[in-house]
Structure formats: C-alpha cells, structure tokens
Design a protein around this ligand. Structure first.
Ligand SMILES: Cc1cc2nc3c(=O)[nH]c(=O)nc-3n(C[C@H](O)[C@H](O)[C@H](O)COP(=O)(O)OP(=O)(O)OC[C@H]3O[C@@H](n4cnc5c(N)ncnc54)[C@H](O)[C@@H]3O)c2cc1C
Length: 456
C-alpha cells in the first residue's frame, strides 16, 4: 500500500497577511476517503484544514504537522429553487456560488470583503459582513454540516442533532475536525446592484451618531476611517450605507438583465512594495486624499455587487503592497457601552505612534450565538499594520487596551494574541474545550494559532 503521506509537499506557507511564515507539509487529497485516511492514521502528527488561505494570520498553517488543502472538494450536490437551500462540499468558494446562483436570483446572505473564501473557511471563522447588525453572521444561514472528527468518523450536526459539535465547529477555526459537506440557505435577490449613500463624518462622535441615525434603514453599513487624523479630527470618516435594488427601481429598470454579473478585470501587484513606501507621510497622504476625494458631505450612487462587496478583489495579490515582511490585520470588537472610549484610545495610539494603516474600517455588530464566534453587539474596528520592528510591543499594548474595555480580537485575522488574553476575551472557551476534548481527545487538529493560544 502506498504511504498515506506520499503526496506531501514541503515549503514555506503563510496566511493572507504573509506573517508568520512556517515550513509546512501540505497534502491535497482527491477524495474524502483519502482525508479520512489522513485523520485515522495521523498517530502523533497533527492536522489542520485549509480552504483558500484567506485568513490573515496563522489559523490555516501548521508547522508541527500537516496542512490539508481542501480546494478540490468543490462540488454542488443539490439546490432547491423555492427555498434557496443549497447542499455543497466545503471547498466550494463564495465566488463559485455567486457565479452560478446570482444570475438565477440567489446570493449568499452574508459575504466578507472578498469572495475568494471557501464555505468551510467561512463556517470555521463564522464570518461577518456589512449586514451583521441586521442578519448576523454566515452561520445564521447554515442549517447543518458533517465533520470528520479525530476518530475518522463522519458526524452530522445541526442545531438539533449533535448540537455540541455544531456550536463548537462554528467559529472553531478548524480545531474540531474537517467539515465535509454543508447545507446552507441563499437569499433571493432581484438585481446585482446596491444603492449606496456615502456621508462624511468629521470625527468619531459624528460617525457614531450617523450609525445610530441611519443604520436601521439600511441593509449594509460600514465606515472608512482616516486612522491618522488627530485631535478634533480623530476618527474622521466616510460612512457607506447600502440597500439592494429591486428590479423595478427606476435606475435599473432599463437593463435587459439586472442579475447579470459583469466580467471584471483584475490588476496584479507584480512585486513586493519596498519598505520605504509605507511611512507615516505616504499613509497620511493616502488617507487625506481618500477623505477629500468625496467633495459633497452626502453622496448617493449605484454600485454593482462586485465593487460594493469586494473592492479589494479587483487588485490581485494586494497583500504584497505591505512589503516582504507582511502585515497583520487587527480586528477588535467592543461592547456598545465602552466602544466610544475604546475606539478613541486605539485610534489615538495608532496615530500618535505612527502605526498607521491604509485601511481602517468601522462596523456595527448585532448579537451572535457561536461559542467562539467573534461578533458581539457593539462596534468593530479593523486596522492593517505592516510588520516592522516594535510591532510586537505595540500589539501587546493594544491587547491590554482591548481587555480593559471588555473587547475581543478576531482569531481569523490574528497572529499575536496571548493565550491568557484569548481566554479572557472568549468567555465560552471552557464550554468549547469540553467538546474539543470529547471529539478530539489526542489533539489531532492543531494549527500555529492553536499552539500559540495553547488550545488543546
Ligand atoms: C480581503 C479580505 C477581506 C476579508 N473580509 C472579511 C470580512 O469582512 N469579514 C470576515 O469575517 N472575514 C473577512 N476576511 C477573513 C476571511 O473571511 C476568513 O479568514 C475566512 O475564514 C477565510 O476562508 P478560507 O477558505 O480562505 O479559509 P482558510 O484561511 O484556509 O482557513 C481559515 C480557518 O478555517 C478552517 N477551515 C477551512 N476549511 C475548513 C474545513 N473544510 N473544515 C474545517 N475547518 C476549515 C482552517 O483550519 C482555518 O482555521 C477577509 C479576508 C480577506 C483576505
């Protein structure tokens, strides 16, 4: 019999942020029985699933064992054109779902800022979109899935059946096993267009009141923040609100097919940006220009789904813009009561210390059920920070601010959080760990993230 690890490749592997880099052994199985075999014969080796590798930090890399690439599991099993119920394999990407179902009038109810993620990765991180305040996260639209657990057994789970495994896998970062097939529900759409309203806010207080004032009337809301602005301008931003357009809307009525997706060309970033490009001056200029580009304080327009939901997908390999050493994405959420003070503190720290970001994004979350799911009611801030000397100390400082204000850091983006900080931020971890121990007593499923956070 052929050695089960014969298809192994070795080499450097990273998440989307290109930090940290590990020497990884990867396998790309052809069918589920091969995956089963890997799991059953893992012995003392550890395994972690990987979808499209769009988590930023170290969730889908494993330097102490094997990384199982699941892109080949991309088949659709069935679709109910009345209910929107879709049965598919976990390696199917949101891009594939959109390409096939948007022209038929269906769309994933929750999408992140890129369509290049797999359904397995979306469940494991319980991802959120611009509509979290209304609809919650991706798993709110997942009915059930099957997991290959450490014994090699395939366990079907849903909110009713084996619900402990269901809730531990949602947001569980691949640490309960490998999700094979999924039943989820798509939402009906009448067009692939959004009416967007952009409103300028002169500082953080202003943007928070705009969220309060307008959000209930919009399906989607997100604000871009100039995270280098200081003093009275701290938190100056552009709030971007959106609602899907119906086919009868005056502005698109003339289109022969309002569900048609336009082919979009992608620009590639050919080389890594040199380090000198990322300095407080270039970032400050970029941020000021972005804020100034919108002349009026209130602007309305129409965007297609592609540019509204996935603007960064138009630039291939944009993660190279942060240079060879990579970058981290630091996403936090704070309770409503502490959000204002916490955000002021984080923004002040990053602008005063020159840890600027081309992109800082503010969103509002509603409630969420998953035990390790990141969202909770309150405001969430995302900062992109290039890896350079002193970053670890800065992130330690941010971690204590996050803890002080009762916030938490998103594991799908994280590469630095401490084991102790993680336990304080995720209060249902004990409950989760019991289920991990039940289905994975020898800690077969393990990643660089779980080793750093001492999850076993
Ligand atoms: C440009 C960009 C924008 C983004 N915007 C958002 C956003 O708005 N909201 C948001 O929530 N996230 C966002 N993300 C993060 C992204 O949605 C998540 O990291 C997602 O998990 C990536 O999916 P993936 O298929 O690439 O998974 P990977 O990165 O390959 O893996 C992520 C985790 O899922 C696990 N996993 C993958 N497949 C399986 C499986 N079949 N079974 C069990 N576990 C599995 C892995 O072990 C790992 O722990 C963004 C990422 C990028 C690059």
């Amino acid at each position: 019999m052929q050695n089960q690890w014969s298809a192994v490749n070795s080499g450097p592997l990273t998440g989307w942020g290109r930090y940290p880099v590990v020497q990884a052994k990867t396998v790309r199985p052809e069918n589920w029985s091969a995956v089963d075999n890997y799991v059953k014969n893992a012995n003392s080796d550890t395994l972690i699933a990987r979808g499209k590798g769009r988590s930023y930090g170290d969730a889908s890399i494993n330097d102490n064992g094997y990384t199982i690439l699941l892109e080949r599991f991309d088949r659709f099993t069935s679709f109910d054109n009345t209910s929107g119920d879709l049965h598919l394999e976990s390696g199917v990407t949101l891009e594939e779902i959109i390409n096939i179902f948007a022209p038929r009038g269906w769309f994933p109810a929750v999408v992140p800022g890129t369509k290049y993620v797999t359904v397995g990765g979306a469940i494991a991180a319980d991802i959120h979109g611009k509509n979290h305040h209304r609809d919650g996260s991706f798993c709110n639209f997942v009915k059930s899935f099957t997991v290959i657990v450490a014994s090699g057994e395939k366990v079907f789970c849903s909110r009713e059946q084996n619900s402990d495994l269901f809730w531990a896998t949602v947001g569980g970062m691949g640490l309960t096993g490998i999700i094979t097939d999924v039943q989820m529900t798509l939402k009906p759409i009448e067009s692939v267009f959004v009416e967007k309203t952009e409103i300028k806010a002169k500082n953080l207080d202003a943007v928070m009141s705009l969220f309060d004032q307008h959000e209930k009337d919009y399906q989607y809301s997100v604000a871009w923040i100039d995270c280098l602005a200081r003093g009275n301008d701290l938190g100056r931003s552009i709030l971007m609100l959106g609602n899907s357009l119906t086919k009868d809307d005056e502005r698109i009525k003339h289109l022969s097919n309002p569900l048609s997706l336009k082919e979009k060309r992608q620009i590639q970033v050919p080389i890594d940006s040199p380090d000198w490009l990322l300095n407080p001056f270039t970032m400050g200029t970029f941020n000021s220009l972005f804020y100034a580009k919108q002349m009026s304080d209130h602007h309305k327009g129409i965007a297609n789904f592609e540019s509204y939901f996935f603007p960064l997908d138009a630039i291939g390999s944009w993660n190279r813009l942060y240079g060879k050493r990579g970058f981290i994405q630091h996403q936090t959420v704070f309770p409503e009561e502490t959000s204002r003070e916490a955000l002021k503190t984080l923004l002040t720290l990053s602008s005063e210390n020159g840890w600027g970001s081309f992109l800082a994004v503010l969103k509002r979350f509603g409630p969420q059920d998953g035990w390790l799911s990141f969202p909770r009611p309150g405001y969430t801030l995302t900062l992109d920070i290039a890896v350079k000397d002193g970053l670890f100390d800065f992130l330690k400082e941010l971690e204590s601010v996050v803890l002080n204000y009762g916030g938490r850091i998103y594991l799908a983006k994280d590469a630095f959080l401490s084991a102790d900080g993680f336990r304080k931020m995720y209060p249902r971890f004990d409950e989760w760990q019991k289920v991990k121990a039940k289905y994975d007593p020898k800690n077969t499923f393990s990643s660089h993230l779980s080793q750093r956070l001492e999850i076993r």
